[in-house]
Design a protein around this ligand. Structure first.
Ligand SMILES: [Zn+2]
Length: 193
């Protein structure tokens, strides 16, 4: 294998690792919202029941009624937003994206240990391209700051001596730069002194 092929495979692996981390974060976020939604939908009937039978004539009867009403409106809005936003489909897409990128990482490891022919490399590059295109659509809403953080974390994980390809700072020793300081666009390390 030529050094260029090894570099390219490692780049594929890093990109796929970044996408995996971002998909996992999206799935976690989604699961959290779902749990909150289920807990609230569970609380509403209990509160209505409580307001009807035990809180009748009590000073807090009105407040409980009001809270249940507010929660009902909230869950109704959430359901409408979920439908419009096609949230169920998004959740499936995130899981698929995670799976595709996990396969890319596994394949890179396989090729790095067993070698790869030119034909295989061409085919593999095409597959990685199509996975990347899918990722850029699905992960478009993620902030630049988060992407940078994931990028640096995975780069460090891959290599103890990792250097940022843009500013060449050794990442394990790098000092994080604040927004008002001069810093690298790729890794957010502080530049200069
Ligand atoms: Zn940098």
């Amino acid at each position: 294998m030529s050094p260029e092929t090894i570099d390219k495979l490692n780049q594929f692996k890093l990109d796929a690792m970044n996408a995996k981390t971002l998909y996992l974060a999206k799935i976690k976020e989604w699961n959290f919202y779902q749990k909150v939604y289920y807990v609230i939908t569970l609380i509403i009937p209990i509160m209505f029941f409580f307001a009807l039978y035990w809180a009748k004539g009590q000073p807090y009867e009105n407040s409980i009624g009001l809270i249940s009403l507010f929660l009902s409106i909230f869950t109704a809005c959430y359901s409408v937003w979920s439908l419009i936003n096609n949230n169920d489909q998004k959740s499936i897409d995130y899981h698929l994206g995670l799976e595709n990128n996990t396969r890319v990482v596994q394949d890179v490891d396989y090729f790095l240990s067993k070698g790869i022919t030119t034909d295989e490399m061409n085919l593999f590059s095409q597959r990685v391209d199509s996975v990347n295109n899918q990722d850029s659509i699905l992960l478009a809403s993620i902030s630049k700051g988060k992407i940078q953080k994931v990028y640096v974390a995975n780069l460090k994980q891959l290599d103890r001596n990792a250097k940022c390809p843009v500013c060449n700072t050794a990442l394990w020793n790098a000092k994080r730069g604040w927004f008002f300081q001069k810093r690298c666009e790729a890794c957010r390390c502080k530049l200069g002194s």
